[in-house]
Design a protein around this ligand. Structure first.
Ligand code: AMP
Length: 286
C-alpha cells in the first residue's frame, strides 16, 4: 500500500496500475461502514484506492470541521490489511490551491433535506468527488447508502458530466442496536449514544408499517415522528419521504420511497435512512 499526498505523485502511481480500479472516497476516522466499501471494492476490482480528505468545502461555518476526528496512522493501519493499493491523503491546500474558483453545483437534487439544512454542503461534496474522479480515473467509485442524498447528487453528477465511472452503492452498516455507524458517533456521550438508537427505531417502525401495506407518505412520516417524539434527548431537523432518485417529496409511495431523517441528539447531528421498496426487504448490515 502506497500513500500519496499530492496529485502528480498519485497520478504517476495510478498510471502504473493495470486492471479495473475501484475508488472509495472518505473523510477518514474509518469504521466498519467505510471498511465494508473497501472490501466490496477489493472484491470487484483488480486495484483499490482510498482517499482520506476532510473536505473543508462541505462544512458550513458553524459546523464541526475543526473537531472532526483525524488519525491518519490509525486509518492506514486499518486499510493495509485489507489489501488497498493506493491511499490519497491530500492537504486542503493541495485540493484547493490559491486561486481555486471552479465548483460543481448539482442543482435540484441538492436543494432539500441535507442541502436545505446545510447550504453549500453538496457543492463541496460534488466538487471534491469530481476532483477525485479526475485524479484517480477509477472504473468504479463506492459510496454508502447511509448518505442517500449524497448518492443521488453523485449519480446525477456522474451522469450529467459523463464521468466514465460506475457508481456503486453499498448497504448501511449498523451497530448491533441499529445505530448507523458514523465517525460523528464518537461525539456522543453514553446517554446520548443510548438515545441515538431512536433513529433506527423510528425508521424501523415506518418500515414495519410499509411492509404491512401502508402506502401513504404522510402516515409513514407520522409513525416515524411519533417514535422520535417519545425520546426526550432527540430533536428532529426533518423527517422526509421522498423519491429515491430525485429526492422530491412524494405522497403515494407505491413504487418505493426513501425515508430519511436528521436528528439532533444533544449537540450531535445524526442522519439515517431506509429505502423501502415493495416486495424487497430493506438491506442493511449489522
Ligand atoms: P465519510 O467518511 O463520512 O465521508 O464517508 C465515506 C463513505 O463511507 C461515504 O460514501 C459514506 O456514505 C460511507 N459510509 C459512512 N458510514 C457508513 C455506514 N455506516 N455504512 C455504509 N457506508 C457508510
Amino acid at each position: 500500500m502506497i500513500t500519496a499526498v499530492n496529485v502528480p505523485e498519485l497520478r504517476r502511481l495510478r498510471a502504473g496500475m493495470r486492471g479495473d480500479f475501484g475508488l472509495v472516497p472518505t473523510m477518514g476516522a474509518l469504521h466498519e461502514g467505510h471498511l465494508s466499501l473497501v472490501r466490496r471494492a477489493r472484491a470487484e476490482c483488480d486495484r483499490t484506492g482510498v482517499s482520506i480528505f476532510v473536505n473543508p468545502a462541505q462544512f458550513g461555518p458553524n459546523e464541526d470541521l475543526h473537531r472532526y476526528p483525524r488519525d491518519l496512522d490509525r486509518d492506514l493501519g486499518l486499510l493495509e490489511p485489507l489489501g488497498v493499493d493506493l491511499v490519497f491523503a491530500p492537504s486542503p491546500e493541495t485540493m484547493y490551491p490559491a486561486g481555486f474558483q471552479s465548483w460543481v453545483t448539482v442543482e435540484e437534487v441538492s436543494k432539500g433535506l441535507e442541502g436545505g439544512m446545510r447550504p453549500g454542503h453538496f457543492r463541496g461534496v460534488a466538487t471534491a468527488v469530481a476532483k477525485l474522479l479526475n485524479i484517480f480515473a477509477p472504473d468504479r467509485a463506492y459510496f454508502g447508502q447511509k448518505d442517500a442524498q449524497q448518492v443521488a447528487v453523485i449519480r446525477r453528477m456522474v451522469n450529467d458530466l459523463n464521468f466514465p465511472a460506475e457508481v456503486v452503492v453499498c448497504p448501511t452498516v449498523r451497530a448491533p442496536d441499529g445505530l448507523a455507524l458514523s465517525s460523528r458517533n464518537a461525539y456522543l456521550n453514553p446517554d446520548e449514544r443510548q438515545a441515538a438508537t431512536v433513529l433506527y427505531r423510528a425508521l424501523s417502525a415506518a418500515r414495519d408499517a410499509f411492509e404491512a401495506g401502508e402506502r401513504k407518505a404522510s402516515a409513514l412520516r407520522a409513525i416515524t415522528r411519533a417514535v422520535l417524539d417519545a425520546e426526550p434527548m432527540a430533536r428532529a431537523d426533518y423527517v422526509s419521504a421522498s423519491d429515491p432518485d430525485t429526492l422530491a417529496d412524494i405522497e403515494g409511495v407505491g413504487a418505493g420511497v426513501l425515508l430519511s431523517l436528521a436528528v439532533r441528539v444533544g449537540h450531535v447531528r445524526l442522519i439515517d435512512n431506509l429505502l423501502l421498496l415493495p416486495g424487497k426487504p430493506n438491506v442493511s448490515c449489522h
